[in-house]
Design a protein around this ligand. Structure first.
Ligand code: AMP
Ligand code: ZN
Length: 111
């Protein structure tokens, strides 16, 4: 499959890993927009939020269960924001489900 994040999971493209287990990978975004900016992805290829089903949704709960531990590991101490861009209008550029975790500064709220 010609998917950038599947290639990162396979180790064909290098990444700066924060955490990995049999189900998920967390790695730092190559173009950070906050002092701390990492991505959390399922190892199973799911294209976007629009492709979450009753059969594959457990991984989403698993990712969110892990988020506090991952944020702490990344050095975030004062809160963080989780974003998943879904398709064109949201600006999704990599069609493999991912959650951006942003922290390390006080953020505003605009679109
Ligand atoms: P999105 O635009 O929501 O689909 O997010 C994709 C994110 O992947 C962007 O923030 C990119 O900076 C990031 N990205 C693209 N290529 C890489 C890479 N090789 N390693 C780490 N992050 C990447
Ligand atoms: Zn993929």
């Amino acid at each position: 499959m010609d998917c950038l994040f599947c290639k990162i999971i396979a180790g064909e493209i290098p990444s700066k890993k924060l955490y990995e287990d049999e189900k998920i990978l967390a790695f730092y975004d190559i173009s950070p927009i906050a002092p701390v900016h990492f991505l959390v992805i399922p190892k199973e290829h799911i294209a976007s939020i629009d492709d979450i089903t009753p059969e594959n949704s457990a991984i989403v709960a698993y990712i969110f269960e892990k988020l506090p531990e991952l944020a702490k590991k990344a050095g975030i101490t004062n809160g963080y924001r989780v974003i998943s861009n879904c398709k064109a209008d949201a600006g999704q550029t990599v069609p493999h489900l991912h959650f951006h975790v942003l922290g390390g500064k006080e953020m505003n709220w605009t679109c």
